[in-house]
Design a protein around this ligand. Sequence first.
Ligand code: 6PG
Length: 477
Amino acid sequence: MDAHIGVVGMAVMGSSLALNIESRGYTVSVYNRTAKRTENFVKERAQGKKIIPTYSLSDFVDSLKKPRKIILMVKAGEPTDKMIDALIPLLDKGDILIDGGNAYYKDTERRIERAHKYGLRYIGLGISGGESGALHGPSMMAGGDEDAYREVEEILEKAAAKTDDGPCVAYLGRGSAGHFVKMTHNGIEYAIMEAIAEVYDIMRVGLSMEIPQIQKIFKEWNKGRLNSYLIEITGNLLGVKDRDTGHYMVDIILDKAKSKGTGKWTTQTALDLGVPVPSISEAVFARILSSYKEERVKISRMLDKEDIPTLQAVDGTEFLDILEAALYTAMLLIYAQGFHLLHVASGEYEYGLNLAEVSRIWKGGCIIRAKVLNDFKEMYLENKDLSTPLLSERFIDMIKDNISSLREVILRAKEVEIPLPVLSSTLDYIDGAKRERLPANIIQAQRDYFGAHTFERRDREGVFHVEWEKEAEDSNS
Ligand code: 6PG
């Protein structure tokens, strides 16, 4: 029996995706570098299913219908390259390699070039949704060879999450488009996660709320405009207690956040492309700062007052409404930064991204799925060339009456010394973006003063330089 498709890599994501595809009526061949994993998989989760276990790469390749379709679900980086190296001599021209990992987009470009040298076709497929998404329906962002995508489209559409707007998978553009969009997805993910954590901190530390009360608030918020996967899981995880101690899990978990690099890549890429994504970079730095636990403990002894006052809310319930509006505004501004990055990257790398389509496939299955993504979809349907959501009337209508809440939350929380890197950066972002004039004139003058870097004038065309020291003397005399 020839398999319709093969999956390499039987860790959590690969095995779940294989089961998902099988459940849509396909025969799936599987292979893992270490045989034990495959054995366990077929003995347990894959029992009685149309899953063909293979224990050598050549058996795996031989078990696939031609042109072969192979999804790589191995670790990003070197392991992916090694697997591709091992597969290349076994494959025939026209076969399709699909990298479903969180690959760095520049690696994807390099791999596509390499695959083409051997007559192979290549798809960089960003997959989001964690284990449950992979099993029941992820969101999938595809890029690379379009003809190859069309040949796997049906399988991917069947396996993808579904919303009222169709399956959450699309071909997004040439080359590394899919992995670029996935990387940006993760940058947004980092920032929203941190924004939620900061709001939790305001409730827990600032308002001295108990965990069940906070849980109730998140559950309530998830019923409204904040409705999203990350708010939903925060509402759920807050209720979980440790079986050993009976304490709430969140009170036991060490406050050091880890990361695997996609947020950092988003920040680095935004710096390279000259796009402001301050909230994403702040989220990355917040994780980094959190990892300096030992230092923080020492510094807190040197600087922290014992009696930081708790936030005296005028009215607890009223303040929670303001907090909801603040988080909503921050969330919108975080998505806006991510979409701006996608717009610029699309031009730079000639992806030709359809951002309405990106919004659509992010509506379900992925970690950043949220009700507001429908508004982003509408924004881009109204104007597909929108450079940044901040220039959309629809977007401005959504934030305009809520910015004051974001400001109020930050002002009040700062009185009680709560760090808010992401929330504050979203406010600075919009405060900066809506200023007709910024103090960049001072920066330009300073640059010209010490380095003769020149400047432009507001009142005349051209490039100018001033002998500042001489002029300063003359002006004062
Ligand atoms: C997803 C996630 C996933 C990512 C994890 C961990 O879309 O399903 O983005 O791909 O690997 O969220 O990322 P960090 O370890 O960097 O937090």
